[in-house]
Design a protein around this ligand. Structure first.
Ligand code: ZN
Length: 56
């Protein structure tokens, strides 16, 4: 089976594997996280920001 990572801009994601296991919340503060029940991998992507910061 091929299980692809889910990319999200959220810092906290939820997973229930379509109801196959209890709903759990996974923190992506470290950049990625894995569901302890189904092993689904989540990767946090930085949201596209329209704000440009320029260093002087
Ligand atoms: Zn899961």
């Amino acid at each position: 089976m091929s299980q692809s990572a889910i990319k999200t801009t959220e810092e906290i994601v939820s997973c229930s594997d379509n109801g196959q296991h209890p709903l759990v919340y996974i923190s992506l503060k470290n950049g990625s996280g894995r569901c302890q029940y189904c092993g689904q991998l989540f990767i946090r992507e930085e949201a596209a920001s329209e704000q440009s910061q320029q260093a002087a």
